[in-house]
Design a binder for this molecule. Structure first.
Ligand code: NDP
Length: 252
């Protein structure tokens, strides 16, 4: 058995049509996986799909902020590939404003997209994983799973929730041979953070000063940890949350 081989493993990557999700999907494809990319934007989806080094791939356009959409998405992937080995819950949004200025809708949008979708996609994938004899779920958290920020109340709540969701699912499904882990990215250069850099004065300088590696991460920096958590190499690892952050969370 090759520890990091993903040959014929079927992976769903939500929010896989750009940024961190796409880089993880590209890593999975290079390791031999079959890939289902999920997102809302179809033109980004088509471009992302073309960049994957596997003929076994599809893009599905879904807004995953409802439980029903998560179920329909999982059924569509099962219809195409017949199994689900890996689920990466990566779709996410951020709304940057002071807590007192949040509307009810904004709060729910962030929580439903970032946290509820991870739960409902996992719940929908569970029967297939159990029936197959196992699976891997990877939840994408954040430095805001660990730290607060004045402009990110809903985002931080959702990402803190991702770590507890990870631990709860890991304990519930360990005997089904389903490992559930989280990756906590540091500050990574993507569309999401390009907007944050534009909207939050001084953010770029703060990130560079605080990150021991002295740089922003690249989406590709997340692929190695994701392949580890998706492969047989991590079969006795469950309920863990791994920072991939250039040392950001290690610094006082
Ligand atoms: P992007 O904005 O590039 O990616 C976000 C992805 O989520 C897009 O592919 C988007 O697809 C998808 N998405 C958003 N809302 C929905 C929805 N309702 N239904 C389906 N898909 C949706 O940003 P990143 O790559 O940076 O972010 C990916 C993940 O990594 C997020 O969970 C983010 O919180 C997390 N993260 C990012 C960090 C960073 O520094 N960049 C740091 C820590 C965590 P579409 O465009 O089609 O809507």
């Amino acid at each position: 058995m090759k520890l990091f081989d993903l040959s014929d493993r079927v992976a769903i990557v939500t929010g896989g049509n750009g940024g961190i999700g796409l880089a993880i999907a590209q890593g999975f494809a290079e390791a031999g996986g079959k890939i289902a990319l999920i997102g809302r934007n179809e033109s980004k989806g088509a471009e992302a799909l073309a960049s994957l080094a596997t003929p076994e791939k599809l893009f599905l356009s879904f807004d995953l902020s409802s439980a029903d959409a998560c179920r329909r998405m999982v059924n569509a992937v099962l219809k195409r590939f017949g199994r689900i080995d890996i689920l990466v819950n990566n779709a996410g949004i951020a709304i940057r404003k002071a807590p007192q200025d949040y509307s009810e809708r904004e709060w729910h949008d962030v929580l439903e997209t970032n946290l509820s979708s991870a739960f409902f996609c996992s719940q929908a994938a569970y029967p297939a994983m159990k029936q197959q004899g196992g699976g891997k779920i990877i939840n994408i958290g954040s430095m805001m799973s660990l730290f607060g920020a004045p402009f990110a109340v809903a985002y931080a709540a959702s990402k803190g929730g991702m770590v507890q969701l990870t631990k709860a699912l890991a304990t519930a499904w360990a005997l089904d041979n389903i490992q559930v882990n989280a990756i906590l990215p540091g500050w990574i250069d993507t569309d999401l953070t390009a907007r944050a850099r534009a909207e939050v004065p001084g953010l770029n300088e703060q990130v560079l000063a605080r990150t021991p590696a002295g740089r922003w991460g690249k989406p590709q920096d997340l692929a190695g940890a994701a392949i580890f958590l998706a492969s047989a190499a991590s079969d006795f690892v469950t309920g863990a949350a791994f920072p991939v952050d250039g040392g950001y969370s290690a610094r006082a």
